[in-house]
Design a binder for this molecule. Structure first.
Ligand code: EPU
Length: 434
């Protein structure tokens, strides 16, 4: 199992480029199931979750072709002959976003068999809202032997009000509704940029969707969708992680190739903390040359402060003057990084959905363990300012969603290296042409 060895103390200086958004690429790949024609996706990040989704699609019979050389971030998916509309436990257990194939499979193949995702490190994460919504669209769904079995003659448009805002739930039903008969109105939808990006792709494929990015999305169902070419939006969470890295290390960093408006809540919070932030076109320059001040954070659905930035923000709060109260409102168990930060010298007390962080406390390098994707990122950030060497175990979590993070950080001055079994540049996937 790979580990990161990080020696802290270097300010990050220079330019770092942001990759495509994992959480936009995953639903976009699932959308390819809705058509017999090829869907060409550009700016797909090379991270493990994307590899898992390629395996999932290939196991169903899709042709998945990866670009190479300068086109290495391109993936072409053709789902002409889907022999096996099934997502096995082996794949779903490693990536809950696999449930995104449920809606498209029911809509196009009239049936699906998907393993129920099990527990998750950050909370229970049920998928009841996906299921209820698909049932409202006319699907018959049962559960047997840990699998969801679904069938439907043709889905029928309807009105669905989400009881709770859900990102992949919105995406799943949006995809299903594109091929339903008549109009579907989805209310209380997630407004995340990834939902907007998916709707843009679906509209290029011939869908008729209005209102993505608002709470109410209207979909006029069509008979068929066709192929399309689409560029995935930049990863706002990766960008935000680099922004915090610069602020934390007192660096001067240009985070380029991002959509700064997708990071509004984070950038405003950092200004409150005393960080200088300049937005220039598609770049954010962060200058961290003054003392950091504490500020409270409440995670919320977009456009609020993202839960996916909470752990990284906590690393920053350990170095800010005063008390920061971090309240996690989206997931019930997303504070595992708190204990690991304490092992590095932080003063973090977790009380239910709140973490109280008192700073600044000097951090010292220690052996720590990554528990989930964003928790791992927060440990990397803490290690960048810790005294001495930090060894982070289980970095496969970070490989799920950050593309070559150690190379990118090294390029702007961090002392970070990977030890253990090296990640192959290309993972060979049966059925996938590389
Ligand atoms: N929820 C339900 N029932 C459902 C669906 C969700 O109760 O059927 C609850 C969840 O348990 C949670 C809340 O609703 O308490 C919101 O969850 P949501 O469905 O929005 O999360 P998700 O779609 O499973 C996506 C991202 C996550 C990100 C969350 C919140 C993808 C592939 N994943 O998950 O990203 O944290 O939205 O913004 O888009 C990550 O990248 O590290 C990550 C975990």
């Amino acid at each position: 199992m790979d580990k990161f060895v990080i020696r802290g103390g270097n300010p990050l200086v220079g330019t770092v480029r942001v990759s495509g958004a994992k959480n936009a690429a995953l639903p976009a790949m699932a959308a390819a199931l809705l058509t017999e024609e090829p869907v060409i996706l550009e700016n797909v990040p090379q991270v493990r979750d994307i590899e898992t989704e390629r395996k999932l699609l290939a196991a169903m019979g899709a042709d998945v072709e990866l670009g190479y050389g300068r086109a290495q971030h391109r993936t072409t998916i053709c789902c002409r002959d889907l022999v096996n509309p099934e997502a096995s436990y082996e794949l779903v257990k490693t990536m809950r976003a696999s449930t995104l194939v449920l809606g498209p499979l029911i809509a196009r193949m009239k049936r699906a068999r998907i393993s129920l995702p099990g527990g998750c490190a950050i909370g229970a994460r049920p998928i009841d809202l996906h299921i209820k919504g698909l049932e409202k669209l006319g699907a018959k769904i049962s559960q047997e032997h840990g699998y969801i079995e679904a069938s439907a003659p043709r889905l029928r448009g309807t009105r669905i009000v989400f009881e709770k805002i859900t990102v992949t739930g919105t995406e799943d039903l949006l995809m299903a509704a594109t091929l339903a008969q008549g109009e579907t109105v989805l209310e209380n939808c997630a407004r995340e940029p990834e939902v907007v990006d998916l709707a843009a792709l679906l509209n290029k494929m011939g869908a008729q969707i209005e209102g993505a990015g608002t709470h109410c999305i209207r979909v006029q169902g069509v008979e068929k969708l066709h192929g399309a070419r689409h560029r995935i939006i930049p990863d706002r969470i990766e960008a935000g992680t680099f922004v915090i890295a610069a602020a934390l290390t007192g660096g001067d960093l240009q985070v380029s190739g991002c959509e700064p408006q997708h990071l509004d809540a984070l950038l405003q919070k950092l200004e409150e903390c005393g960080v200088q932030v300049y937005v220039i076109g598609d770049s954010i320059r962060v200058v961290g040359n003054g003392p950091l001040r504490s500020a409270d954070v409440n995670t919320e659905e977009y456009p609020g402060f993202p839960t996916d930035m909470q752990a990284q923000y906590m690393a920053l709060a350990t170095q800010a003057e005063g008390t920061s109260i971090v309240t996690e409102n989206i997931f019930e168990n997303r504070f595992m990084h708190g204990q690991e930060l304490v092992r590095m010298g932080a003063n973090v007390k977790v009380e239910g959905s709140r973490a109280v962080v008192r700073g600044p406390t000097p951090l010292s390098g220690a052996a720590v363990q990554a528990s989930d994707l964003r928790a791992s990122a927060s440990l990397v950030l803490a290690a960048l300012v810790a005294d001495g060497e930090t060894i982070i175990d289980r970095v496969y979590h970070i490989d799920r969603g950050y593309e070559r993070i150690e190379e990118k950080l090294r390029g702007v001055g961090a002392q970070i290296r990977r030890i253990g079994e090296l990640l192959p540049k290309r993972v060979a996937v049966p059925g996938v042409a590389v």
